[in-house]
Design a binder for this molecule. Structure first.
Ligand code: ADP
Ligand code: MG
Length: 271
């Protein structure tokens, strides 16, 4: 059995982590890979396209109903969707009631104890909330070998990306996690991302402009691989397949050095 590979998606809120991760997983499933995705956002929408509906059974929600997480079984929280992809949502407490990141730690511990990682899998993916790389939201970095960053070609998401590079650098001292690369999303141009990449040693693996096909797939609650065929749909599928092939091939980690926060203002022309 090939070594299990674990990959975490990070990036600013709303930038397209869940969209990009699910379509990339769908591409890997098309290539015959066996995959588990762990949604690490209390919004629990990391698996909606793969399952064609919002997951109703998050680990935290079911644990609250059952009394404790010890009363849950793996099959209670695990759903299988497009391409046989196994889906788990960690969920979280109501906003303002307790630490949302706690749900991520609870879910990952539960999955480990229940043997979810021991099954016949090629990849485990984590789709993690926003740009907060603290507490529970950093927990996937203790498991992942690679972290990918989704960003647009704008100051805010590049600023968030730099924070993520800082966090991964810190975690890499004690854990296996390394930077895998950047995914440019929701932007036609990539000049600002390119500047940041050159300054830090990062590399862009794939580029998705703001595309109507991606918007349609969201409305249809399905991955790009289930949309009616057209040249435009095929072009987007091909970019996800190209990204998936790079993840499959592995590739060397990027030894990126983050910037000082204030230097990003100069680099991107916001002084
Ligand atoms: P995140 O998980 O980072 O919070 P989502 O993946 O949920 O972000 O994306 C936010 C919204 O943007 C969704 O409605 C999604 O369909 C849309 N979206 C993401 N990427 C693109 C894109 N490249 N083109 C068009 N719409 C996109
Ligand atoms: Mg998301």
């Amino acid at each position: 059995m090939a070594k299990l590979r674990q990959i975490a998606f990070y990036g600013k809120g709303g930038i397209g982590k869940s969209t990009t991760s699910q379509n990339t997983l769908a591409a890997l499933a098309e290539m015959g890979q066996k995959i588990l995705i762990v949604g690490c956002d209390p919004k629990a929408d990391s698996t909606r396209l793969i399952l064609h509906s919002k997951a109703q059974t998050t680990v935290m929600h079911l644990a609250a109903e059952a009394g404790s997480v010890e009363d849950l079984e793996l099959e209670d929280v695990l759903s299988v969707g497009f391409g046989g992809i196994k889906c788990v949502e960690s969920g979280g407490p109501e906003p303002g009631v307790g630490c949302a990141g706690r749900g991520v730690i609870t879910a990952i511990n539960f999955l480990e104890e229940e043997g979810a990682y021991d099954e016949d899998l090629d990849f485990v993916f984590y789709d993690v909330l926003g740009d907060v790389v603290c507490g529970g939201f950093a927990a996937p970095l203790q498991h992942a070998d690679r972290a990918l960053i989704v960003t647009a070609n704008d100051f805010d998401s590049i600023f968030a990306m730099n924070r993520i590079v800082q966090a991964i650098g810190a975690k890499a001292k004690n854990y296996n996690v390394r930077l895998g690369g950047v995914i440019a999303n929701r932007s036609d141009a990539t000049d600002q991302i390119d500047k940041f990449n050159s300054a830090t040693g990062l590399r862009t693996l794939a580029h998705f402009p703001l595309l109507d096909e991606i918007r349609k797939s969201r409305l249809q609650k399905s991955t790009l691989f289930e949309l009616p065929d057209s040249p435009a749909v095929q072009a987007v599928q091909n970019e996800y397949l190209r990204l998936a092939a790079q993840l499959w091939a592995g590739g060397d980690p990027l030894p990126a050095v983050p910037m000082k926060d204030r230097d990003i203002f100069d680099l991107l022309g916001f002084d």
